[in-house]
Design a protein around this ligand. Structure first.
Ligand SMILES: [Zn+2]
Length: 367
């Protein structure tokens, strides 16, 4: 009996603590506990150096830099967590995904809202809510949650793992098989360590390829780089217009209002339980779908706003601070092409030594 009683007591206390935390969060009070990276000890005023690091990391990630590159830069600079540890992939991701960075509060993965609007905390925000949403969408996409719709291109179709070559997984074998169809297998990379060169090749039959196509890597990388740069430079001239607001905003607000009204009516006991929960479920599905859409849109908009005028220098630079890493280049390539088909060197084409651009067929995306 005693044991049961004390367990109930513990439950009650836990609930009281939770309610207290939630109440504080809803009032916008800064979270307690150890110091959060980006802020001074009081958790309210931003720390200048850490704030600058966060802003740069967020801008870099939204411009397509890989998290691995950002992490390496932090480790090289000797940046530590508030506990004095080196940053890891997991801790960096957790910190950057926390909406606290834009002044919002999250408890157990849920943003605290009052009347359907996120509560703005009393602490100094470091990035904008749009940036914070875009960063979360970026990570969620990388985790493979949001990458299905055929309309989603570019950033959301980015790599889930880091590649060591510019075009691995992007090139496809164009050899025509005896049955008249195209092989179409993704080309892999093989290194020739002695010569310090590499080739893209088609896997053998047992692995789903035809095993009969291979091409020098450096020439192919250079050719595709030039094709992408030409496209991006053209786009930077065309796309100097301002990013349009998300077109679904009005619809989302209507659903959110409907949800609010439903809650009010339920509170005043004007509707039945079953009606309420059925409707809530329906509305929540629509609201969540629209919120996901908004995140994707903001993410793409951020990308479109990135300055492309200087892209050629950044693409080929090996030393500049703002040089593009492999993940960024691959993102741009994927934005431009849905695939690149490599046709076999047949009669009339020198198969070895010479590089024939006519045998490379980029499949451009629309727009
Ligand atoms: Zn093949």
């Amino acid at each position: 009996m005693g044991a049961v009683f004390s367990r109930m007591e513990v439950k009650k206390i836990r609930r009281r603590v939770r309610t207290w935390h939630r109440g504080r969060a809803e009032r916008g009070a800064a979270p307690r506990g150890h110091r959060a990276f980006g802020w001074t000890d009081d958790g309210i005023i931003a720390d200048g150096r850490e704030k600058a690091l966060i802003i740069k990391a967020v801008e870099d990630l939204l411009a397509g830099k890989s998290q691995g590159t950002v992490l390496r830069e932090w480790l090289e600079k000797g940046v530590k967590t508030p506990q004095g540890n080196d940053w890891s992939r997991a801790s960096l991701r957790k910190m950057l995904m926390n909406p606290r960075l834009c002044g919002w509060r999250m408890i157990k993965g849920e943003i605290i809202e009052v009347d359907g609007k996120p509560v703005v905390g009393e602490w100094e925000p470091i990035i904008t809510p749009e940036q914070s949403q875009a960063i979360r969408a970026l990570y969620e996409a990388r985790l493979g949650k949001a990458v299905t719709s055929a309309g989603v291109v570019g950033t959301l179709a980015r790599d889930h793992r880091e590649h060591k070559h510019l075009l691995s997984g992007i090139l496809r074998c164009g050899r025509i098989l005896p049955d008249g169809t195209m092989c179409g297998a993704r080309l892999r990379v093989v290194n020739n360590r002695k010569q310090g060169t590499y080739r893209y090749y088609c896997k053998d039959k047992t692995q789903g390829g035809c095993g009969r196509l291979s091409r020098r890597g450096e020439k192919l990388d250079e050719f595709i780089s030039e094709a992408v740069l030409a496209k991006l430079e053209e786009r930077s001239v065309r796309r100097r217009k301002k990013v349009q607001p998300w077109p679904g905003q009005q619809e989302l607000e209507q659903w959110e209002e409907a949800m609010q009204e439903l809650r009010d009516r339920f509170r005043k006991r004007r509707i039945s339980n079953s009606f309420y929960f059925d409707e809530v479920e329906r509305l929540e599905t629509d609201i969540n779908r629209l919120r996901t859409e908004r995140q994707r849109y903001l993410l793409t908009a951020e990308q479109a706003a990135t300055d492309l005028s200087d892209i050629r220098r950044r693409w080929y630079s090996e030393t500049d601070e703002d040089r593009l890493d492999l993940a960024q280049k691959r993102t741009y390539i994927r934005e431009c092409f849905s695939a690149v088909i490599v046709h076999p060197a047949g009669k009339g084409h020198g198969s070895r030594g010479t590089f024939d651009p006519d045998l490379i067929e980029p499949v451009w995306r629309e727009g």
